[in-house]
Structures are given as structure tokens and as C-alpha cells.
Design a protein around this ligand. Structure first.
Ligand code: AFP
Length: 336
């Protein structure tokens, strides 16, 4: 395995851009350091009093886990001081977090889900941190406005995640492919383990919470039935896998191919997943890896967020599998 650390990778990348100031590299460095700190705390979670809920409900109406709160604190504390940001938005905070005047600032905007899949923590199943980096429109100064932050995913300058699984992995893209790094806990560094990751054109795994079937409309039932009935190109039937942590389900999809789906339903008419901190960053990675991400009718990356915590249906993964879903929704719409 090539022993390139992520720091070396970032510095090499920076040297290739003659106008780079190092701010962006510094931002990613601090983000990665925060991920390493979260990873260390998660590894010890069973030994410390940090499992379970805090008793509070977050902005999404969900139970706040102690580790959610801890991961959010680790990220907001460090990233506020990194010097490259003008604002941040966390899944755990209702409002936009503007960088306070006592800290140096830049024109980058960080959107993150500090601990995706956190309801899995108590049972020691994978969780992760998802991040998206945007840039303030060129030339704007003064206090950053919400409108400047509400950008479609197509504007992202980088996106990625840290997956706290059997190994801790960092997967990210700055718009030049998707690269995966694995944390070597002995040296405390992420080493390049998965250069230039590509999603297979078609997979043989579908991933959806079928417990929601009773709430699906007819078109969504047809979509899932298609994966039940259809054979993948390799002649095998599709298999079902569902971790219930988007970051883990996406990571499997990125490597093995197939599709992850969280459709809208009668109980969640806009879908469950958040556009800015979950769907858009993973859509950026999917497209960079040759896959696709759709809300069932069009590209996730083109959806303009109406507010920070807007939700969206999500169909993401192998290009052919996502295309099959869009075709069924389109046919259904034409016949109704
Ligand atoms: P939590 O962070 O509250 O566990 O939510 C996880 C999540 O947003 C996403 O990671 C999962 O894919 C999805 O929800 C699972 O939702 P269901 O439990 O409704 O299937």
C-alpha cells in the first residue's frame, strides 16, 4: 500500500494550484484533526459515560445522543478557530453559526452532520461525520448572509466523510475524483488506501428501510418492487442491505455499487435526509466517482436549499440503478 499521508496529499495538491494561499489546506487539516479526535472518543465510548441520550431533542426533532453533542462541540470549537471560514451550519444547530469577530475568518462555509447514524451508537455500529465546503460568492464581505450560504450542491468546492467503522476512514473529493484514506492508529495518520474510487455502473444491492412501505405511494412501491424482481447485469438477484446510518450505507454503495434510497413517504412528505449536510455532499462524491444522485426526478446537486435544514428524498449510487428509479417515477407521472 502506498504510504502517502493525507497531509502529504493535501500539500501536493496545494502546490499544483499556483494561487493557493494554504487556507483551504488548513481548513481540511483542522477538519481531519477533529475527525481523529471524534474517532478516538468513539473507540472508547463503551468505557466512558458517553453512550445514550442527553434527554434533549434537536432541531430535527430527534433525540440528542451524548456523542452527537460531543462531536458537534469538537467540530464547532476547532473549526471556528481555523481561520478559513466565515460561517458554519451543523445538523445539530437550528441557526447559522457565524465566525465571531475575535477569530480570524476567510470566505469558506462549512456544513456538517457531526455524527450521522448516531442512533446506532449504543449498539456499536458504524457512524460517521459528513461535511460539505462551499465558498462565499466572490468579492462579498461584511457579515455573511443566510442567502450566501443557501447554495445548491453543485457549488461545493469539497465534500466528504469520516466513517468510524472497523477502521476509521476519510473519503473526500475536491472535484478531482474521490480518494479514500484509512487511519493508522499507530501513527495517528490517515494513509491513502483507496485512490480514485469509482462506483460500478450497476450494482446488485439495494438499500432502503422497507418498514416504511405502508407509507409509500404507488410509484415508490414500484421502484422497490423493480429491485426485488430485476436481475443485475451479472445475472444475480439484487440483495438487500440496510445499516440505517447513511454514511455507512453510502460507503458500501461507493465500493460495491448498487443503490441507497430514502424516498418521501406519507409520514415524511419531503423525505428524511437533509439536503445540505447529508444528500448534497454524498451526491458530490457519487458524481465524482461516476455514479448519480437524484431526488427521483432530477439531480440532487441542482436542488437549491430553501433553508438550512431542508429535507429531500434521496436515490444515490450506481448510475444505471439511479436511472432505473428515475425512469419508473417518470413513467408513473406520465400515466397519472
Ligand atoms: P440518526 O443520526 O438519527 O441515527 O439518523 C440517521 C439517518 O439520518 C441516516 O443516517 C439514515 O440513513 C437514516 O436516518 C435512517 O433512518 P430510518 O431509521 O428512518 O431508516
Amino acid at each position: 500500500m502506498a504510504e502517502i499521508t493525507v497531509t502529504e496529499y493535501l500539500l501536493l495538491h496545494q502546490k499544483k494550484s499556483p494561487h493557493a494561499t494554504g487556507l483551504f489546506t488548513g481548513l481540511l487539516y483542522d477538519l481531519i484533526l477533529s475527525g481523529k479526535i471524534i474517532s478516538r472518543r468513539i473507540n472508547k465510548a463503551g468505557l466512558l459515560d458517553i453512550l445514550g441520550g442527553t434527554g434533549e431533542i434537536n432541531v430535527q426533532g430527534e433525540n440528542v445522543q451524548k456523542l452527537d453533542e460531543l462531536a458537534n462541540h469538537i467540530l464547532t470549537w476547532r473549526m471556528e478557530r481555523c481561520g478559513a471560514l466565515c460561517a458554519m451550519s451543523s445538523e445539530e444547530n437550528a441557526e447559522l453559526i457565524r465566525i465571531r469577530p475575535e477569530f480570524p475568518s476567510g470566505d469558506y462555509i462549512l456544513i456538517f452532520d457531526p455524527l450521522d447514524g448516531s442512533s446506532n451508537i449504543d449498539v456499536n455500529i458504524n457512524v460517521g461525520t459528513i461535511f460539505s465546503i462551499l465558498r462565499r460568492p466572490h468579492g462579498n464581505c461584511g457579515e455573511v448572509t443566510l442567502e450566501e450560504v443557501l447554495q445548491p450542491g453543485v457549488n461545493q468546492v469539497a465534500a466528504g466523510y469520516m466513517l468510524y467503522g472497523p477502521s476509521t476512514m476519510l473519503v473526500f473529493s475536491t472535484g478531482q475524483g474521490v480518494h479514500g484514506f484509512t487511519l493508522d492508529p499507530g501513527v495517528g495518520e490517515f494513509l491513502l488506501s483507496h485512490p480514485d474510487m469509482r462506483i460500478p455502473q450497476q450494482g446488485n444491492i439495494y438499500s432502503v428501510n422497507e418498514g416504511n412501505r405502508k407509507n409509500w405511494d404507488e410509484a415508490t412501491r414500484q421502484v422497490v418492487d423493480w429491485f426485488h424482481a430485476c436481475q443485475a447485469k451479472d445475472g444475480k438477484n439484487y440483495s438487500s442491505r440496510y445499516v440505517g446510518a447513511l454514511v455507512a450505507d453510502f460507503h458500501r454503495t461507493l465500493i460495491n455499487g448498487g443503490i441507497y434510497m430514502y424516498p418521501a413517504d406519507a409520514a415524511k412528505p419531503q423525505g428524511k435526509l437533509r439536503l445540505m449536510c447529508e444528500a448534497a455532499p454524498l451526491a458530490f462524491l457519487a458524481e465524482q466517482a461516476g455514479g448519480r444522485a437524484s431526488d427521483g426526478t432530477g439531480r440532487i446537486l441542482e436542488r437549491a436549499p430553501a433553508h438550512l435544514h431542508m429535507r429531500t428524498p434521496l436515490f444515490i449510487g450506481s448510475a444505471d440503478d439511479v436511472a432505473a428509479v428515475e425512469k419508473i417515477y417518470a413513467e408513473h407521472k406520465n400515466h397519472s
